[in-house]
Write a protein that binds this ligand. Structure first.
Ligand code: TXA
Ligand code: MG
Length: 317
C-alpha cells in the first residue's frame, strides 16, 4: 500500500517482494532497522555501492557496514575469532557491529570496504530487515539513510526528508526502537570500541571477560568517526545550565514539564530512552524553528556515553 508520500510503502508480502526485486536489480532502498534507518544495497554489486556513496555524498574513504541474516551467511566473507563468537552468541541479532578480517575469497565489493582488508558486520534485529536478509543470497551494504554528516533517520518520514524522491522506495517498519547507531567494536586485535552505542563497554567486558581498551590510536581506525557529524542543521550547545532565549532546551527528568521550549529526553531519566529520543527531538525542534539546541549535562555512563559522543560531535559544527 502506498503512503501519502509517494515513495514510502508499508510493510506487507507485496512490498517485501518488491524490495527484494529492487535489491536483486542493484537498486538502493530505504530500510528500517532497530537502531536507525539504512540505505540498503547489494554488497556484492558495484553499481549498488556506487549509488549508495553518491546518494549520501559519502567520502570513498569511509567503508560501509555489511548486514547479514546470521553467522552462517557471514562466514562466506569474514574470518571469525573467539571474541566474535562469544559476542555473537549473546548479542545477535542486535545493535552491535563487529570489525573483522575479510576472507580472501569474499565477494564483497572492495569499494564498499574503502579497500580495507577488514569488514564491519552486523546482524540487525528488526523483523522487516530480517525477513529481507533471509530471502536474498547476498549481504546488504547499509549505511544510515542520511546525507553525509547529517543526523541518522529513525522513521520512514525522516528518510524521505533526507532524500525526497532521490530514493525510489522507502519501506516503512515503524520507528527505530534504539534510535542511535550500533556500537562498533574492532575485534581484529584486542577489542576496541570504535563507536559507542547502547551495547556499552561494561556489557561487552562482561561477556568477553576481558577489559576493553579505549580507542586512543592516532590513525583513524573508523573513518566514519570524523569530527563533524550528527549535525541537526542548527547549533548544538552541550553541558548547559542557563536557558538562552530562542533555544530548545533538552534535559533529563520532568523538572521543566510545564515550561515552553523545554523538552525532556526521558521523564524517568532513563538513558536508553533518552538515546532513543535524541535524533527524533533534534529533528522536531529544528522543524519548529528554534535557533539552537541546548542540552543539559548527560551522565557519562551506559547509553549516556553514546549520547555524549553524538552530541559532542554535533556541537563542533
Ligand atoms: O546502526 C547502524 O550501524 C546503522 C544501521 C543502518 O545498521 N548503520 C550505520 O552505518 O550506522 P554508517 O555507515 O552510518 O556507519 C558505519 C560506521 C562508520 O563510522 C564507518 O567508518 C565504520 O562504521 N566502519 C565501517 N566499516 C569499517 C571497517 N572495516 N573498519 C572500521 N570502521 C568501519
Ligand atoms: Mg551514519
Amino acid at each position: 500500500m502506498k503512503n501519502s508520500y509517494s515513495n514510502i510503502y508499508s510493510f506487507n508480502k507485496k512490498t517485501l517482494r518488491k524490495t527484494i526485486n529492487y535489491l536483486k536489480n542493484s537498486d538502493v532502498v530505504g530500510l528500517p532497522t532497530e537502531t536507525v534507518y539504512g540505505l540498503g544495497g547489494n554488497a556484492y554489486s558495484i553499481s549498488s555501492i556506487k549509488k549508495i556513496f553518491k546518494l549520501k555524498g559519502r567520502p570513498k574513504s569511509n567503508p560501509l557496514i555489511i548486514h547479514y541474516f546470521d553467522l552462517n551467511d557471514a562466514m562466506k566473507d569474514i574470518i571469525v575469532n573467539r571474541y566474535f563468537i562469544k559476542l555473537y552468541e549473546k548479542l545477535c541479532p542486535g545493535p552491535v557491529t563487529f570489525v573483522l578480517r575479510k576472507k580472501i575469497s569474499s565477494k564483497i565489493h572492495p569499494l564498499s570496504l574503502a579497500k580495507l582488508k577488514t569488514v564491519a558486520v552486523r546482524f540487525p534485529k528488526h523483523k522487516v530487515v530480517r525477513s529481507i536478509l533471509k530471502e536474498i543470497s547476498f549481504p546488504l551494504a547499509m549505511p544510515s539513510a542520511n546525507t553525509s554528516s547529517n543526523l541518522s533517520p529513525v522513521n520512514a518520514k525522516d528518510v524521505f526528508d533526507e532524500f525526497k524522491h532521490k530514493v525510489r522506495f522507502i519501506l516503512d517498519g515503524g520507528k527505530s526502537r534504539v534510535g542511535i547507531e550500533s556500537t562498533v567494536i574492532d575485534l581484529t586485535g584486542s577489542p576496541k570500541i570504535l563507536r559507542p552505542g547502547v551495547i556499552d563497554k561494561n556489557m561487552l567486558e562482561k561477556i568477553l571477560r576481558t577489559s576493553i581498551e579505549e580507542n586512543k590510536s592516532k590513525t583513524l581506525k573508523s573513518p566514519g568517526m570524523m569530527r563533524k557529524h550528527y549535525y541537526p542543521g542548527i547549533p548544538v550547545l552541550i553541558d548547559q545550565k542557563k536557558y538562552i532565549k530562542d533555544s530548545a532546551y533538552l534535559y533529563l527528568g520532568k523538572k521543566y514539564k510545564q515550561r515552553k521550549n523545554f523538552f525532556s529526553l526521558s521523564e524517568d531519566s532513563d538513558l536508553d530512552e533518552a538515546a532513543s529520543k535524541l535524533y527524533k527531538t533534534f529533528r522536531l525542534v529544528k522543524k519548529k524553528g528554534y535557533k539552537r539546541i541546548q542540552i543539559s549535562e548527560i551522565p557519562n555512563k551506559g547509553s549516556g556515553i553514546a549520547i555524549n559522543d553524538r552530541i559532542k560531535r554535533a556541537s563542533r559544527f
